[in-house]
Structures are given as C-alpha cells and as structure tokens.
Design a protein around this ligand. Structure first.
Ligand SMILES: [Zn+2]
Length: 149
C-alpha cells in the first residue's frame, strides 16, 4: 500500500476490520468485477457485436473491452471502487482511507480517458450496477458509440 494512502489510516493500519468485512472487500476486489465483465461479454456475443478484445496487453488504462478498428475503449467501473453516487457507500471504519482511495481511482480514470481521447479513442464507461440491471440499454449505448464517426 502506498504511503499517501497509508497515512489516511489511524496509526498507518486498518482498524476495526472484522473478518466478515475483509472477506467482503476481497470479494469485491476480485469477483465483483469479473462477473460484470462476463455479463457484458455475453451481452456482446448475444447482440452479435464483434471486433473487440478483452484487456489488451499494454494498452493505456487496460480497458475492459477495446474495439481497435472502431477506436472505442470500454470500461466497467465498480460501484464501490469508483464511488458510484447511487450505490457506492463508504465502510464505517477507515473512512478517510476509503475516501482517498476512491478519489484516487476517479482521478486515475479521468487521466486515462484524457489519454485515450488524445489517441483518437472514444471512451465509454458503464457502472457495474447498470451492467447488472440494465444490460440491454448498455449494449444499445455501446452500439451507438460504435457507429459514431
Ligand atoms: Zn452503482
């Protein structure tokens, strides 16, 4: 963990983290993202959308999906990690840490978007909750982005 973030924790370490919470956190970190990515992937296959690669190696920001020929980069932002106003909520303990962490993720995403746009890519970001509950709308939005010239 880097210094700037560690300093947001009382005494430089996590406190009052019960084992249930830490299990939840590691589950969000790993599987949460994976399942939305798989859902979007299935949606694309079903809608017969083609021309994408998943996590292209060494590509700026490592987009979740990249349409190289159409020059569209797609990210699925986890509601917790990116501070979704609708469903993101801060854990009760170590709030300063989580707030700083999430702000950092948001700043990083903005930087990536700017960099990709400079390279001539359009960037489409979906919230995790949108993929989970409104997949067809997400696919439509993406298809529109793919057909803009
Ligand atoms: Zn959300």
């Amino acid at each position: 963990m880097e210094r700037a973030l560690r300093m947001k924790l009382p005494g430089g370490r996590f406190t009052n983290v019960d084992s249930k919470r830490s299990r939840t956190m590691s589950a969000i970190r790993g599987k949460g993202n994976k399942s939305t990515e798989v859902a979007l992937r299935l949606g694309l296959v079903r809608a017969r959308v083609r021309g994408w690669a998943v996590h292209p190696n060494g590509f700026l920001g490592s987009p979740d999906f990249l349409f190289k020929r159409k020059r569209v980069a797609v990210f699925v932002d986890g509601c917790f990690w990116h501070g979704c106003a609708r469903c993101g909520h801060l854990p009760k303990s170590n709030r300063a840490f989580w707030r700083a962490k999430i702000l950092k993720n948001q700043a990083r995403a903005r930087k990536i978007d700017i960099g990709l746009r400079k390279e001539g890519y359009r960037v489409t970001r979906f919230w995790e909750h949108a993929i989970k509950s409104h997949l067809p709308e997400c696919i439509n939005r993406l298809q529109r982005a793919l057909h803009v010239r």
